[in-house]
Structure formats: C-alpha cells, structure tokens
Design a protein around this ligand. Structure first.
Ligand code: SAM
Ligand code: SF4
Ligand code: SF4
Length: 364
C-alpha cells in the first residue's frame, strides 16, 4: 500500500510537471519579465523560500460579492458570506495591475459572487488587455442585458467559463436556485452568435460540476455543448467549500460513486486519500485580490479571514513578501494541519491531496 502511495506521488509529480510545462509553452503572452518571473517561481517553490523570489504568475480578482443565485453548496448562495456586498472599483483594479501586471500572465475574474454583475468589468478587461494579460471570467451567465453581453464578447476577454450543471430545466435549477435554464441557454447561443458575427477570439467554455442530480447527464452535456457551439467542455467534481458538519448536504449532492467524486464518502465522514507531503504550492504561484483591495492567499478564504494587507494601504509587491505572507508560507511548509483555513472545510482543502489534483487533471 505504501509502495502504491509512493508511486502515485511520483506519477502525480511528473504529470503536474508535464502539464505545467505544456501550459507554460502554450501561453500567448510571453515577455522577458514574465518568463524570468516564472523561472523564479519554480526556484522559490523548489527550495521552499518563505520570501518568494518571484511575483505571482496568476492573480484571481474578485469583482463583486453579489450574486443573483442561491447555489446550496456555495457560501454565497447559502448566505454564509460574512463580508458585505461590495463591487470592486476601477481604481482598485488599476492599482494592482499597474503594480504587478508586467509580471503576471493571467487574471482570473472569479471569487465569492457573480463577476458579471460588476458593470465596470468591461473596462477592467480592456485595461488588463493593454498589459497583454490573458484574462478569463467565471460566470453563471444569468444576465438579461444583451448589449452588455455583446460588450463582453468584444472586450478582448480571452475566455468565459460558464457554469451549466444540467441539460434539463429541473436538473439545472436543482443546484442553480433562482437561475433559469432557458435564460442560460439563450445567453450561450447569443454569445456564440456574437462571436461569429464580430470575429472575436473569445473561448466560450462550459463547466459541468458533477453532482447526484446531474450524474446521469454526462453524455447529454457533451451533446448539448456541441450543439450550442461551445469551444470546450470541462467536467469538474463537486467540492464542499463549507466548514465541517455539512454531511446532510453531502448526502444530497455528492455522488456515492467514487468514480464521480473526489471524496471518500463513508458513513457520513468525508475524507481524502493521498495527502501531499509538501503542502500547497498556491502560495508561491498566485494570490487573490478581494473586491475591497484586501489580499488573501486563495479563493477558499471566502470570508476574508486570512488577510495579508490591503493594496490601498500597501503596494501589492510589498504585501506579497510581507511578514504575514511569509509566516503563512512557513506554516504551510512546517505543518499545514495547523492552518485553520486549509483544514476546516469538509474533508480539508483539495489542494493538499493527490487524488483531487489527479481528478482535476484527468477531467480537464
Ligand atoms: C463560486 S463560483 C463564482 C463564479 C460564478 N458565480 C459561477 O457560479 O460560475 C466559482 C466556480 O465554482 C463553481 N462551483 C460552484 N459550486 C461548486 C461546487 N460545489 N463544487 C465545485 N465547483 C463549484 C462554479 O461553477 C464556478 O465555476
Ligand atoms: S452562482 Fe456562483 S457565486 Fe452565485 S451562489 Fe452559485 S456558485 Fe455561488
Ligand atoms: S486553503 Fe487550500 S489552496 Fe488555500 S492555502 Fe490552504 S491548502 Fe492552499
């Protein structure tokens, strides 16, 4: 068993190296500064420097904490978000891009909320594109404003990842509560049409999170994705953002079939197999800018409990290697079990486990 685990570890390391290399070569926006930053990031992770030699390679930016839906495994949907409903201002976005935009490759608009509810997002995308950043946005695409969707397609955005976790109205609306199946389908068609009309290079991608209620639609979603004219379809296992003791939710949404779930779902305790020895590498690769300018390590910190600084008070470059960030990296290297953020969610954070990484790589 130990030998198996070691083999799994070596394979997983090799695969993630190979995937990272392919991803690196394929990036469309290399510059000398970005290439050097990437090389430094590899050294920082390899030698476990608490003070990173690099700046992040990607940044997640949270345009808003507002959302129209009530998805029952999401802290926002459940009303468990302890932060106020806010919208990022343009000056906040500019500040961080002006500081580190030359070093990072990618901006991911995502976070706790629905990014497209921030009307400034088109302006933000255009600003980011001036720095030749690769930009993508995750969205529930439940908007009714067609001219705005048209602007999104023509903003220079590289990719939109649309959450479509059902091929029929009843199944889709079981998780996307307050969402309308007809509306998302109409909006996807509209984006595809507008892309064709304008010649935009945007990649229109769909994402299907596998849960109990939709697991029988895996074949149908492939067909639907093709018929809608989407560029790519991503199948993602469901995970539990929430703190432990959410077992009733698990029973309802997480498939028992292990081939369709990242979790070992046994007698209502949710665990993982294949714990990584070195902990999570996110702290050397990426960072999150919350809508008020606070800097947090990753998107699992949806309540903003682990804040290393705010870009309105301190430059991002200083926060990235400030005392708080460094001591968090140190703790990750010493013993990630002692970090509340990484262990308090049901089953612990997926980033600390081989099988989760394996799963995501396999499906993507
Ligand atoms: C928190 S959402 C924010 C973006 C947007 N509101 C949306 O839902 O697409 C970020 C991503 O998490 C995905 N997601 C939602 N619930 C999930 C779950 N239980 N497991 C895995 N991914 C989930 C969404 O589909 C989306 O791609
Ligand atoms: S649409 Fe996204 S942010 Fe909104 S409740 Fe659902 S998963 Fe959460
Ligand atoms: S919660 Fe997960 S992604 Fe965030 S720092 Fe901890 S292990 Fe890494």
């Amino acid at each position: 068993m130990d030998k198996m685990k070691r083999l799994l570890a070596v394979w997983s390391d090799f695969k993630s190296f190979k995937d990272r290399l392919t991803d690196f070569i394929d990036r469309p926006n290399h510059t000398p500064k970005r290439i050097i930053n990437e090389i430094l990031s590899i050294s920082s992770r390899k030698f476990y420097f608490q003070k990173a030699l690099n700046y992040p390679v990607t940044l997640m930016v949270e345009p808003t904490t507002a959302c129209q839906l009530k998805c029952p495994l999401c802290p926002v949907g459940l009303g468990k978000l302890e932060r106020d409903t806010q919208f990022m201002e343009m000056k906040t976005f500019k500040k961080v891009i002006d500081d580190v935009g030359d070093y990072i490759y990618k901006i991911n608009f995502n976070g706790a909320g629905e990014p497209l509810l921030n009307k400034k997002i088109v302006q933000m995308i255009r600003y980011g594109k001036q720095k030749k950043l690769y930009i993508d946005v995750y969205s529930n695409l439940q908007l009714t404003n067609k001219p705005f969707l048209k602007d999104i397609v023509n903003s220079g955005l590289d990719r939109i990842l649309i959450s479509l976790d059902g091929t029929s109205k009843d199944v889709y609306e079981t998780y996307r509560i307050n969402g309308q199946f007809e509306r998302i389908i109409e909006n996807i068609k509209f984006l595809v049409q507008e892309k064709k009309r304008s010649g935009s290079k945007i990649s229109i991608d769909l994402q299907f999170v596998i849960m109990n209620q939709n697991q029988h639609q895996l074949k149908d979603i492939e067909k639907l994705s093709k018929s809608l004219g989407a560029d790519n379809l991503f199948i993602k296992p469901a995970f539990l953002f929430l703190e432990k003791s959410t077992s009733d939710k698990v029973k309802q949404f997480i498939p028992e079939n292990k081939a369709l779930s990242m979790y070992k779902n046994e007698s209502s305790s949710i665990t993982w197999e294949g714990r990584k020895k070195r902990g999570c590498m996110e702290l050397w690769l990426s960072s999150v800018i919350l809508c008020d300018g606070s800097v947090s390590p990753c998107c699992f910190d949806y309540n903003g409990n682990v804040i290393f600084g705010n870009i309105h008070e301190t430059r991002f470059k200083q926060i990235w290697n400030g005392k708080k960030y460094r001591s968090f990296r140190k703790q990750m290297l010493l013993d990630s079990d002692k970090i509340k953020l990484c262990t308090s969610m049901e089953g612990g954070c997926p980033s600390l486990h081989f099988l989760a990484t394996e799963w995501i790589t396999r499906l993507n």
